[in-house]
Design a protein around this ligand. Structure first.
Ligand code: DON
Length: 558
């Protein structure tokens, strides 16, 4: 018996990328992409707030301190699991304005990528305020106002700009040139801020005060709504006051699957994340993986082939559930479907993604994820976004927040499929009040009814691969939370037909084996910014791991 434990310890040590340790705590944990946000979330937990209370405070703070993706002008998903095991998925994805149509991204009959991705027409009806409020109304313990307060304070008094925020703002200034309110908020009369200076956002503070006082009405009606619509009219957008007033967040049933005796809870459509992750795990369940297999050509091949198939199904079948009532979701996440797909995978050779009847459209990697566990063991996985980094780059004049460019997640044009990266399949064409397809994948894993993992990441379509790998790193490769986040990542999305891997992520030998098998490979700088919490099944302690790929990320435990 002692020999067995020694073996387990040694084999875990072998896979560990050196001894990296997570933040550890007993009573609560908040992990986000920005330290003020993590700190505020933890203060809410310490004040007796629930995981959802902490998520609300954290999300509003991120809208101030992480303006690339934190938002009130965008949308996202919040997955909640109570300590008794009840789970609900809050969908506050943006919707298309009521004047949207499948051909709205054409200009004089020609597809216009600017219209699709960076114009007033690219702005979806924001969902964040409605979604946070809905989750809070069902799981909140502290007053709403008190949860918006930390964000108001930081917007008003300002906060010190970190080196990475300074870099990111400087990079965005050219794209903000067309919008004086954006330049005004995020530069010094057009000159970039320098790290160490203070960023104050007084218009944003006032918008937050209206939200604190009136809840969603402080955003979807009254002054904030008028300011949004005024900017829409000025810039040729199609969103109306009625679109804002009619926006509703939805509570949905989470998607549920199993993997080697674990339960996987994830986001249903309009996210494709839950389907793709559960489908991939079902395929992978048919093979054995132990800690020693991490990073092996065999494991990478099998994972890439599983992802290739899940992404192929994603493109064909998934869109807004309310506009696509016949989606075969239960089939896609069934064990039978996975068995059929697994049999199509050779252990010796890469498959070929079938000649592109369609290829992916542009989807950017800028979003942010928050994982929280409170003292009772309630868990929140929250991923929300403006789509691109800083969304449309349009700050609403007088209201101080950035609008999303989420309409870019709809397909470009009906039936148009070309090698430049457009797809035209029906499930995800723009239509009035429809939600655009997403890859955001807030996910919670349990075993025998006990919480094991809360995970999620930004990264556009790479979110799906990143979240899959945090799950496998924990379940199959025996890593602690920090090792699971630090471990090198890769991505396959069916088309383009390639494995994208992080710099230095694969050894030259591994690359050679994969290429000999027929895989095309591509080096990328980095993938994702996962923020995860693992519960150590032996001690019950919480392990929080923030992603060092983003230097402002922070895990804070209590
Ligand atoms: O919803 C989606 O899948 C994309 N709009 C998310 C974009 C994204 O993740 C950018 N992230 N870093």
């Amino acid at each position: 018996m002692r020999g067995f434990f020694l073996f387990v310890l040694l084999s875990t040590a072998v896979v560990a990328s050196g001894a990296t340790y997570p933040e550890r705590s007993r009573r609560g944990m908040v992990v986000t992409q920005e330290r003020h946000a993590s700190h505020s979330g933890l203060s809410v937990l310490k004040a007796g707030g629930s995981a959802v209370d902490a998520a609300v405070a954290t999300a509003f703070v991120l809208a101030v301190t992480h303006p690339a993706a934190g938002n009130i002008g965008g949308g996202g998903f919040l997955l909640h699991r109570s300590h008794e095991g009840r789970a609900v998925a809050y969908d506050f994805r943006e919707t298309a304005p009521s004047q949207a149509s499948p051909t709205m991204f054409l200009n004089a009959g020609q597809y216009d990528p600017i219209r699709h991705h960076s114009s007033h027409v690219a702005v979806g009806v924001p969902g964040t305020v409605a979604g946070l409020h809905l989750a809070w109304s069902q799981h909140g313990k502290l007053p709403w106002k008190s949860l918006v307060a930390p964000a108001i304070r930081l917007a008003k008094a300002g906060f010190v700009i970190s080196p990475s925020l300074a870099d990111s703002l400087a990079r965005e200034l050219p794209a903000m040139q067309a919008y004086p309110a954006s330049l005004n908020q995020f530069s010094k009369s057009g000159k970039p801020y320098i790290a160490g200076e203070i960023l104050r956002q007084t218009d944003l503070a006032r918008s937050l005060e209206r939200i604190a006082a009136r809840g969603p009405k402080g955003f979807y009606e009254g002054e904030t709504a008028s300011l949004i619509i005024k900017e829409m009219e000025r810039g040729g957008g199609i969103m109306t006051m009625a679109d804002l007033r009619n926006y509703r967040a939805k509570a949905r049933v989470p998607l549920s699957g199993s993997y080697r005796g674990h339960e996987i809870l994830s986001m249903p459509p309009p996210s494709s994340g839950g389907v793709a992750i559960i489908e991939s795990l079902n395929i992978l369940e048919g093979w054995e993986f132990g800690p020693q297999d991490f990073g092996s050509a065999r494991a990478i091949h099998q994972m890439a082939e599983a992802l290739r198939r899940a992404f192929c199904d994603r493109a064909q079948f998934i869109g807004d559930p309310d506009s696509n009532p016949g989606m075969p979701i239960q089939t896609l996440i069934s064990k039978d479907h996975a068995t059929t797909l697994r049999h199509s995978i050779s252990q010796a050779k890469a498959s070929i993604s079938s000649p592109a009847t369609f290829v992916w459209s542009n989807e950017s990697p800028q979003t942010t994820h928050v994982s929280i566990v409170d003292e009772e063991g309630n868990a929140v996985a929250l991923t929300y976004t403006l789509e691109d980094s800083y969304g449309s780059r349009i700050v609403v004049p007088g209201a101080g927040f950035m609008l999303n460019n989420e309409m870019g997640d709809f397909n470009a044009e009906p039936g148009r499929t070309d090698s430049a990266g457009l797809i035209g399949t029906p499930p995800n064409l723009a239509a009035p009040n429809k939600r655009m397809l997403s890859s955001m994948s807030p996910t919670i894993v349990t075993k025998n009814g006990k919480l094991l993992l809360v995970t999620g990441s930004p990264g556009g379509r790479t979110i799906i691969s990143t979240v899959l790998q945090t799950i496998m790193n924990t379940v199959d490769f025996a890593m602690n939370a920090q090792q699971a986040v630090d471990a090198p990542r890769f991505h396959h999305q069916w088309l383009p037909d390639q494995i994208a891997y992080e710099s230095n992520g694969f050894s030259p030998d591994t690359l050679r084996i994969l290429e000999t098998m027929g895989h095309k490979t591509k080096e990328v700088r980095s993938q994702g910014a996962a923020q995860i919490i693992r519960v150590d099944p032996h001690s019950g302690w919480l392990e929080g791991a923030s992603d060092r790929r983003d230097p402002d990320s922070a895990a804070r435990g209590w």
